[in-house]
Design a protein around this ligand. Structure first.
Ligand SMILES: NC(=O)c1ccc[n+]([C@@H]2O[C@H](COP(=O)([O-])OP(=O)(O)OC[C@H]3O[C@@H](n4cnc5c(N)ncnc54)[C@H](O)[C@@H]3O)[C@@H](O)[C@H]2O)c1
Length: 247
């Protein structure tokens, strides 16, 4: 699976999974614009990509802001001529039971994952349609099927699946593939610190493979859907979850 010379924009790539994706796509030959709303994190990812001999640029932008996203895509075009691959990975959560969930908790979570994916996709689609080439990979979560305390996150991630289905249909005839990766329980520094040991054990028991996934498992799935190996695949949700089908 190679993406030599392709230009990839990965949102939230200062985070654990996005960093893995940036390293993986750059390792497969892509030039990667590493986005994050926290520039220090983006810079750190870029440093790691360059250390392994890859090409990357850091770009601070908030994916919920149309003006900032337009600036980010314009930067990719100015530096490298176009955008071939967009990975809508930026996401966050603010868990609460519904009776305690504030309007801000709802808006914050839905805005980053769902509205951000919409805004970034809208910004790159004209470039992709013009060249009749493009790959959009949206990062959902197995939580799109429902999880207690995550009404906002589940709704956002189910929305990301819906966005994939709608955009995939709209763009198929224009040479643009739109797919989605739904990670299950992935071992990242954040999951390990956030989940209590007993909760982690329970989730591992619910996973047919009886273990957590690795960051590389998600990165490889994103590479597959970003490469031409998967050129006849569009509008699909790939569960990367060790066989787990829901929480
Ligand atoms: N880690 C898991 O086990 C897991 C499981 C399922 C789904 N996911 C999804 O994978 C994606 C990445 O998760 P992660 O574990 O790497 O999280 P993370 O918190 O490590 O990384 C997310 C990054 O996104 C950035 N970000 C947040 N809001 C942003 C915004 N408005 N604009 C730009 N950047 C923004 C953050 O600064 C952070 O660096 C998320 O969409 C998450 O919902 C993760």
């Amino acid at each position: 699976m190679r993406v030599d010379g392709k230009v990839a924009v990965i949102t939230g790539a200062g985070g654990d999974l996005g960093r893995g994706m940036a390293l993986c796509l750059a390792g497969a030959g892509a030039r990667v614009l590493v986005n994050d709303r926290l520039s220090a994190r983006a810079e750190e990812t870029v440093g790691l990509v360059r250390k392994q001999g890859g090409e990357a640029l850091a770009h601070e932008a908030d994916v919920t802001r149309t003006d900032e996203v337009r600036g980010m895509m314009a930067r990719a075009v100015a530096e490298w001529g176009t955008v071939d691959i967009l990975v809508n990975n930026a996401g966050d959560f603010r868990d609460a039971l519904i009776q305690n969930m504030t309007d801000e908790d709802w808006d914050f979570v839905v805005d980053v994952s769902l509205k951000g994916s919409f805004i970034c996709s809208r910004a790159v689609v004209p470039l992709m349609m013009e060249r009749r080439y493009g790959k959009i990979v949206n990062i959902s979560s197995l939580a799109y099927k429902g999880n207690i305390g995550q009404a906002n996150y589940t709704s956002a991630k189910a929305g990301v699946v819906g966005l994939t289905l709608a955009l995939g249909l709209e763009l198929a005839r224009h040479g643009v593939n739109v797919n989605c990766v739904a990670p299950g329980l992935i071992e990242t520094p954040k999951t390990v610190t956030r989940l209590r040991a007993d909760a982690r054990e329970r989730l591992v028991r619910l996973t047919p493979m009886r273990r957590m996934g690795e960051i590389a498992d998600i990165a490889q799935a994103v590479l597959f859907l970003s490469s031409d190996v998967s050129k006849y695949i569009t509008r699909q949700v790939l569960h990367v979850s060790g066989g787990m089908e829901g929480f």
